[in-house]
Write a protein that binds this ligand. Structure first.
Ligand code: GLV
Length: 324
């Protein structure tokens, strides 16, 4: 610490409200103007940090913590997912890791449902047609999509965001099945009228499969060529969790060959790159990782991260700690 004020390194821009909170308590470094620092430069800036506020752009591992030094107490990741953080490596060094659950649940479910509608009702494709000034006229067979009322949504991972997605789907008249590591409590199942299925059965029966599990070694390529082949040829896949949960090359091939009908993707395996095969296809709706991208949500996420950092610096328990 510099005197009694802690050094807080904010690795990428965060909303002003959160910066202001941090500035009340410490000396804050933040890139200005905002940019992604190459690891060498980031590690130099980290030297002497008591707290770091990170985003998905940073790989936070033992090297990151060592660059900061032994006084580093907390890494507050501004995201609910923390696959960019090597939590055990930080725990070994006595560093608390926090994430931002809860505050982005609705925004992310909104994007997932938006992609579901965009893919099934061909909204992106229709807009591309108009922007290309392609001649068109209304007729009864023009650009027909797939209705979702009475269709079955298969949620993989019925955590907070999966439940919010299921709630939206219920409001649109869909039926819910789900799979995951464990069965949800009976009251959650009852409220969503959701049925727990083994994943292979979910893949065989769902009309739309939506992914809401975190990226872990177990879920990497959970949806591979075999999983896609198990889905109905009329089915759609929605991914708003992390790109590597899906084998993107296998998905591009499946969409091209009609193995499944369509997809809606907010996340990609090698962001910011998108598999070139996907870019060729009309039956995939895409967004550039916008799940939590609203002013309100990003402010809430950054503010929660700031409060987490400040709590740990003050010797108090973090609000939302990630445990190894
Ligand atoms: C965004 O992708 C998050 O994990 O918060």
């Amino acid at each position: 610490m510099t005197g009694s004020r802690p050094r807080i390194v904010v690795c990428r821009w965060i909303p002003d409200e959160a910066l202001a909170l941090l500035r009340e308590a410490g000396d804050v470094w933040v890139p200005d103007p905002d940019r992604a620092l190459p690891p060498g430069e980031l590690h130099e800036v980290l030297a002497g940090a008591d707290a770091a506020v990170t985003t998905l752009s940073e790989r936070v591992d033992g090297t990151f913590a060592d660059a900061a030094g032994p006084q580093l107490k907390v890494v507050a990741n501004v995201a609910v997912g923390y696959d960019n953080v090597d939590v055990p490596a930080l725990a070994e060094r006595g560093v608390t890791v926090t994430n931002t659950p809860g505050v982005l649940t609705d925004a992310t479910a909104d994007i997932a449902f938006g992609l579901l509608l965009s893919a099934t009702r061909r909204l992106g494709e229709g807009e591309r047609l108009l922007r290309a000034r392609t001649p068109w006229s209304f007729h009864l067979g023009f650009m027909l999509g797939t209705g979702i009322q009475g269709a079955t949504l298969g949620v993989i991972g019925l955590g907070q965001i999966g439940r919010a997605m299921a709630t939206r789907a219920r409001a649109f008249g869909m039926n819910i099945v789900y799979s995951g590591r464990r069965q949800a409590p009976a009251d959650v199942e009852a409220q969503l009228e959701a049925t727990y299925l083994p994943q292979d059965e979910l893949l065989r029966t769902a009309d739309i499969v939506s992914l809401h599990c975190p990226l872990t070694p177990e879920t990497r390529h959970l949806i591979d060529a075999d999983a896609l082949a198990a889905m109905k040829p009329t089915a759609f896949l929605i991914n708003t969790t992390r790109g590597p949960v899906v084998d993107e090359a296998a998905l591009a091939a499946a969409l091209r060959d009609g193995v499944i009908a369509g997809a809606g993707l907010d996340v990609f395996e090698q962001e910011p790159d998108v598999h070139p095969g996907l870019l060729e296809l009309d039956n995939v709706a895409m967004a550039p990782h916008l799940g939590s991208a609203t002013v309100e949500t990003r402010t809430a996420m950054a503010t929660l991260a700031a409060r987490n950092a400040l709590a740990v610096l003050a010797g108090e328990p973090a609000l939302t700690e990630v445990t190894p």
